[in-house]
Design a protein around this ligand. Structure first.
Ligand code: BES
Ligand code: ZN
Length: 615
């Protein structure tokens, strides 16, 4: 019986301890030719059969301890992929290990991978490959027990064309000319810390790097390394702050890789090598919370992992909590309070988009037959944060509650946990305050859709200016418009400008005359900070400003961070006059988009899988 609704693999009978990967990256065919050796430990006697997760893999052969093994592929499930059933030619006793070797090839449409042509890169001369395995896409790159309940170390050797560089979510372990092909180089990597499969990551491209700290480098195409080194210069300060809060950093190296614009997330906490969207390179430190967030995952997520994706809030809620504690150390408590207010608003947005009765707005949703990509939202992040903040207030404040978080990390380091494990440790740690904990409406927080049962009272010192300015715009009559001045926004920080726009997006659309005036006095079209631009363009489209439509579609396609691209496409789609335009632009870009982004935007725009750009 498997207890991870998103995996076919049989992990109550056996567990993977180590992966040894041999990869050959073929840019002509857009496939990885690969061999993986899985070191598997039997958890029961007379063990002789196991199931691995795969998705769109061409399995060539399977062997066990060098003897060939029978295997069969089951029926394909839409998002879980295809179970690979393997029968060993012998039996193992409980506690024994076997090395299962699978030779295979990935598909050009592997959902974990995006293959970019040279034209899609900054340098325009070399192709590029990157992976994004979270949540359930590793199986399209490596046959494995693709569940976060399983942790293993890994070693990898990657053969790539000699003008390219490979990096992985691991420590670099040297390189050599490929003895099989003198046009290729082999890069080696080792990841000695056990981690879940979703943290396996690879990038191959014309990469360069620069040192930015004693344990950190930035990686990107050469066009961006200097900008990236500047943008991420506070990395070591943040790492030290995080260590002060959460304990020692166990992963050795902490590098940051800046991806091409189609990277679907803001950041991804791949061990030793955080992946980051190039939309962070706007020369605006207000975007640095993404790095604080990914650094925090080094403890919550990567050291202590959610056991299944139903407990995703344990990863993201604690990580947002830590991210904001780093913000508190570096910027002060008022700043943390301000960020918490913004988070509550993001939660409200998600609840509105999903609907307040939608079970996917539960802190702990049931994911039986739910695609984790489709369930993704701010809920695990912000309902999770709100619960932790609420408990912080009940238990005695930030220092006291951080004591619990640090102890929880120590207690469960190197393992995977459920919300039940977390809660029972909370009750153990605060054994003198159990009466207070028992007053928390746990069922409402964890298993009830919609907004949380309690709204924390956050301090509004930094939010007041945003609230005041948004209220002036909301209440303004046409004759009041001349009272607005450039100065209104000059006195706001980028954080505050983002909050101001978020507030307006929460209200009924402003009259078109108002947003036109706003552009005239504030010139928001000139802002390059992606968090500002994205909200501003949504506001304009929402207010039916036709001139903003091409700008919104441009932003939706020039970069592919789903947080921006999906709402921008949706906003244009709901502007009836431009609905068809949105679909048309999507279809024209679809082939060049990341596979996961393309699938989700297609769903948002109600585009049928069979519709192609030629129709
Ligand atoms: N681990 C997530 C990204 C992710 C989640 C990828 C689920 C695939 C499936 C990452 O840590 C994250 O949360 N990124 C945020 C950063 C933000 C909260 C500061 C993002 O991409 O916007
Ligand atoms: Zn995260």
């Amino acid at each position: 019986m498997s207890s991870d609704p998103c995996s076919f693999s049989s992990f109550t009978r056996c567990v993977t301890k180590h992966l040894n990967l041999t990869l050959l990256v073929d840019f002509d065919r857009h496939v990885i030719k690969a061999k993986v050796e899985l070191t598997v430990e039997a958890l029961e006697d007379r063990f002789s059969a196991l199931t691995l997760d795969t998705k769109d893999l061409k399995v060539i052969s399977v062997s066990a301890n060098g003897q060939s093994a029978r295997f069969s592929l089951g029926p394909k499930h839409s998002f879980k992929g295809t179970p690979l059933d393997i029968t060993l030619p012998f039996e193992l006793s409980r506690g024994q290990h076997v090395i299962v070797e699978v030779t295979y090839e990935t598909s050009p449409s592997a959902s974990a991978l995006q293959w970019l042509t040279p034209e899609q890169t900054a340098g325009k001369k070399q192709p590029y490959l990157f992976s994004q395995c979270q949540a359930h896409h590793c199986r399209s790159m490596v046959p494995c027990q693709d569940s976060p309940s399983i942790k293993h170390s890994y070693y990898a050797q990657v053969s790539v064309p000699k003008d390219l560089v490979a990096v992985m979510s691991a420590v670099r372990d040297g390189q050599e000319a490929d003895p099989q092909d003198n046009n290729r180089i082999i890069y080696r990597f080792r990841q000695p810390v056990p981690m879940p499969s979703y943290l396996i990551a690879i990038v191959v491209g014309a990469l360069e790097s620069r040192e930015i700290g004693p344990r950190s480098r930035v990686w990107s195409e050469k066009e961006f390394v200097d900008k990236a080194a500047f943008e991420f210069s506070e990395t070591e300060t943040m790492l030290k702050t995080a260590e002060g809060l959460a304990g020692p950093y166990v992963w050795g190296q902490y590098d940051i890789l800046v991806l091409p614009p189609s990277f679907p997330y803001g950041g991804m906490e791949n061990p030793c090598l955080t992946f980051a969207t190039p939309t962070l390179l706007a020369g605006d430190k207000s975007l640095s919370n993404v790095i604080a967030h990914e650094i925090s995952h080094s403890w919550t997520g990567n050291l202590v992992s959610n056991k299944t994706w139903e407990h995703f809030w344990l990863n993201e809620g604690h990580t947002v909590y830590l991210e904001r504690m780093i913000g508190r150390s570096l910027e002060g408590e008022a700043f943390r309070q301000f960020k918490a207010i913004g988070g509550w608003k993001d939660l409200q947005d998600s609840v509105n988009t999903f609907g307040a009765n939608n079970p996917l707005t539960n802190l702990i949703p049931r994911l039986q037959d739910v695609n984790p990509d489709e369930a993704f939202s701010s809920v695990p992040y912000e309902k999770g944060f709100a619960l932790l903040y609420h408990l912080e207030e009940l238990m005695g404040g930030p220092e006291v509650f951080m004591g619990f978080v640090k102890s929880y990390i120590q207690m469960f380091a190197y393992s995977s946990v459920t919300s039940e494990d977390w809660k029972s440790y909370l009750f153990t740690y605060f054994k003198d305050k159990v009466d207070v904990l028992n007053k928390v409406d746990w069922n409402a927080w964890m298993f009830t859709p919609g907004m949380p049962p309690v709204k924390p009272q956050y301090d509004t010192t930094l939010a007041d200016a945003c609230i005041a300015l948004s209220q002036r715009w909301i209440k303004a009559k046409d004759q009041d418009l001349s009272s607005f001045q450039d100065h209104d926004v000059k006195v706001l920080s980028s954080h505050q400008l983002i909050e101001f726009l978020s507030l307006l997006l929460h209200e009924d659309p402003l009259p078109l005359t108002h947003v036109k005036k706003m552009q005239e006095v504030y010139d928001l079209n000139a802002f390059m900070n992606s968090e500002i631009r994205f909200r501003w363009l949504r506001l304009c489209v929402r207010c039916r400003w036709e001139e903003a439509v091409p700008m919104a579609l441009k932003m939706a396609t020039e970069q592919g961070r789903m947080k921006f691209t999906r709402p921008l496409f949706r906003e244009v789609f709901y502007f009836e006059k431009y609905q068809e335009k949105a679909v048309q632009v999507f279809l024209a870009h679809r082939a060049a988009m990341h596979p996961v982004t393309a699938a989700l935007v297609a769903k948002d725009l109600k585009v049928d899988a069979s519709q192609t750009s030629s129709l």
